[in-house]
Design a binder for this molecule. Structure first.
Ligand SMILES: [Zn+2]
Ligand SMILES: [Zn+2]
Length: 57
């Protein structure tokens, strides 16, 4: 069986696969993979990279 990698929103910690318009992107500072749900995107909630501490909109 294949394991499906789950991604959790960096802002609200929800599993993003269930949320419309969610994105996975790389931290502009360190390249760490970050996920963001559509709800937080729509509200422009701030996020913080867990690896390098980069904060971004
Ligand atoms: Zn979110
Ligand atoms: Zn980073």
């Amino acid at each position: 069986m294949e394991k499906v990698k789950q991604h959790f929103c960096v802002s609200c910690n929800r599993e993003i696969s269930t949320i419309k318009d969610s994105v996975i992107f790389k931290c502009p500072n360190c390249g760490n993979e970050l996920a963001r749900c559509g709800k937080c995107r729509g509200r422009s909630v701030e996020y913080v990279c867990k690896v390098c501490g980069f904060e971004g909109p």
